[in-house]
Design a protein around this ligand. Structure first.
Ligand SMILES: [Zn+2]
Length: 113
């Protein structure tokens, strides 16, 4: 997990370093961690998913309007299934919003297909 987390330590928009308190783990599974980060400098909020597999670490991030509390309420539930994880993945892919993030050094997308 540490490798993926290191990628998420700075704001992709303004390079401000996230405070520990600005990072909230929304949902955690054995091989997946969904996190919300908010930048204290430019107020950018990011939803990021870190997934570990036999092939390595995948990190996807998307800009969001959700606050950490909203994200927790909507996404951090017990019904958050593996299907939801895949749905979240395809949501991000369709959004294209991640394209800017993907170009940043801090958050990248690894397509393992
Ligand atoms: Zn920022």
């Amino acid at each position: 997990m540490q490798e993926g987390l290191a990628l998420l330590r700075t704001c992709p928009m303004c390079r401000h370093q996230f405070d520990d308190t600005a990072v909230r783990v929304i949902e955690e599974r054995s091989a997946m961690r969904l996190m919300h980060m908010s930048c204290g400098e430019c107020q950018t909020a990011i939803l990021a998913m870190v997934m570990a597999s036999d092939l390595g670490m995948s990190t996807v991030g998307v800009l969001t309007d959700l606050s950490a509390n909203d994200a927790e309420r909507i996404l951090g539930t017990d019904v958050f299934s593996e299907d939801d994880v895949l749905a979240f993945y395809s949501f991000i892919e369709q959004q294209g919003a991640c394209r800017d993030l993907a170009q940043s050094k801090h958050i990248h997308i690894l397509d393992r297909k």
